[in-house]
Design a protein around this ligand. Structure first.
Ligand SMILES: Nc1nc2c(ncn2[C@@H]2O[C@H](COP(=O)(O)OP(=O)(O)OP(=O)(O)O)[C@@H](O)[C@H]2O)c(=O)[nH]1
Ligand SMILES: [Mg+2]
Length: 478
């Protein structure tokens, strides 16, 4: 028996970036060549991609931990490390991705639609890439950044044009089996269908998909029977079909009250009011069924429904039904705005415009949050003084030191960069540059009596630009 899973929690880990390499070129008779340490490779991403041949999330139920591969470290001789491989995870059409709090991160509809669930860590720059006019022979390299770790929830909302709803044993699965090539389980006991079935119908030149959901009973909205949980699979349909049983032996039931009850449950579920609906009176091969169908038809039509009398078992009225559905699906598709085909919600970045925030916490700790400062800290080899100095320069240039001063930080105060559970904490020692920055613009420090000559200022500016450009080429601008 194939199992169907429509909700899983998935833990994804992107690959770590490879460390940059610090190395000095050596050649016979040229002992002091330039720095030639290569960059580390980037870690692989974890990417979810809609694949129409996948119909359930069962694979992720069995294996909920997935990771991409790490980038390789850089090597001497300017050899860059290889990038890690992206991990592509195929998911069914209609997979909704949420974070653990239930916020929708992406809604993947349409073959090939993709979403990067975890971003690979950047490779660290080697000392060759870190060298500049001002820093000719850096004796350090940047560390690779760890890849993203994400816990996400995948939920499948089947994408079908037409959805069949009705009481258990009304014949929904039977209808799918005769309208399409799908072969769902059919039996004469209630709740035969425990998971949605999906079939593809060809009617003339049009092709559409049709799905059923487990039967509904009065009180489904209070969790009776299988409840309303499966109705999420009809949320995306453009046409709803009420399948009414004209041959039920239960004395208190008849097609009209069945319809009322199902409509009431749909209303409880919500969000389906605007779907066009039609009524199918099934089982007219049974003599009493045919009579009952004819009896209720005027009532149903008076309520505004188009009514089709069919028999799934005797194959009556099916052609008319399938062409009518094709027509309704066609109209719905034509009315649908194009961009609705693919809906991706880009995760908003939780940083302000400056790229970082500084907050003073209750215990007197200053906390710095921001994508760049947090990454830079992770790229730093704290055993290497030069690397730490480079970090200080970067933080300074971004304005972190200045912001700390403005927030009231003084020499010796504790500063944490990063989230509570994963921060680098150190005693703050403002650099001279930061002090200078407070007094004037960089390079125009009023504390120096004689201003630097213009040529020197130009050279310094150029060196600064070089450095920024280097980072830009390989990675990103400051
Ligand atoms: N006589 C007759 N029996 C039918 C017809 N359609 C379905 N049945 C029978 O009704 C019973 C239930 O059919 P299903 O297709 O499993 O019903 P369902 O609506 O999918 O039921 P659930 O999955 O439980 O919600 C089966 O025994 C079918 O053979 C029909 O047109 N005529
Ligand atoms: Mg069924």
């Amino acid at each position: 028996m194939t199992t169907f899973v429509d909700r899983v929690e998935l833990h994804v880990a992107a690959g770590n970036g490879g460390h940059g390499c610090a190395s000095v070129h050596r050649e016979k008779f040229k002992p002091l060549g330039g720095p030639d340490g290569g960059n580390g490779g980037h870690g692989g991403d974890v990417i979810l991609v809609v694949d129409q041949s996948v119909t359930t999330l069962i694979d992720y139920h069995h294996k909920p931990h997935r990771s991409a591969t790490n980038g390789k470290p850089g090597e001497g001789g300017n050899r860059s490390g290889k990038d890690g491989q992206d991990l592509i995870l195929p998911v069914p059409d209609g997979t909704v991705i949420q974070d653990k709090a239930g916020n929708v991160l992406a809604d993947l509809v349409g073959h090939g639609t993709s979403y990067i669930a975890a971003q690979g860590g950047r490779g660290g720059l080697g000392n060759a890439a870190l060298s500049s006019a001002r820093r000719k022979a850096p004796g350090f390299a940047l560390l690779g950044v760890p890849g993203d770790l994400q816990d996400i929830v995948l939920e499948l909302k089947t994408v079908a044009d037409v959805a069949l709803v009705g009481y258990p044993s009304a014949g929904k699965s039977s209808l799918i089996s005769v309208l399409s090539a799908a072969k769902p389980k059919i039996a004469d006991y209630p709740f035969t269908t425990l998971v949605p079935n999906l079939g593809v119908v060809t009617a003339g030149s049009s092709v559409y998909t049709i799905a059923d959901v487990p039967g509904l009973i009065p009180g489904a909205s209070q969790g009776k029977g299988l409840g309303l949980e499966f109705l999420r699979h009809v949320e995306r349909c453009s046409v709803l079909v009420h399948v009414l049983d004209t041959a039920t032996l239960e004395s208190e039931r008849d097609p009209l009250s069945d319809l009322d009850i199902i409509e009431e449950e749909l209303k409880q579920y919500g969000g389906l009011d605007n779907r066009p609906r039609i009524v199918v009176l099934n089982k007219i091969d049974v003599p009493d069924g045919k009579d009952l169908a004819e009896m209720v038809r005027p009532d149903l039509e008076a309520r505004g429904y188009r009514v089709f009398e069919v028999s799934a078992v005797a194959h009556l009225g099916l052609k008319e039904l399938s062409f009518a559905l094709a027509e309704m699906v066609g109209a719905a598709r034509a009315a649908k705005p194009k961009e609705e085909a693919t809906r991706i919600v880009i995760r908003p970045k939780a940083v302000d415009e400056a790229g970082f925030t500084v907050t003073l916490e209750e215990d007197g700790l200053f906390r710095v949050r921001g994508e760049k400062p947090e990454r830079w800290v992770r790229q730093t080899d704290f055993n290497n003084d030069e690397a730490v100095g480079y970090l200080a320069d970067r933080l300074n240039r971004l304005g972190v030191e200045e912001a700390l001063m403005k927030a009231g930080a003084r020499s010796g105060d504790g500063v944490a960069i990063g989230p509570e559970d994963n921060a680098v904490v150190f005693d703050w020692e403002p650099t001279v540059m930061a002090g200078a920055e407070m007094l004037g613009r960089r390079g125009e420090d009023h504390r120096f009596d004689a201003p630097r000559p213009a040529t020197q200022r130009r050279r310094d500016k150029q060196a600064e630009r070089d450095e920024a450009a280097q980072e830009f080429e390989g990675f990103e601008p400051f």
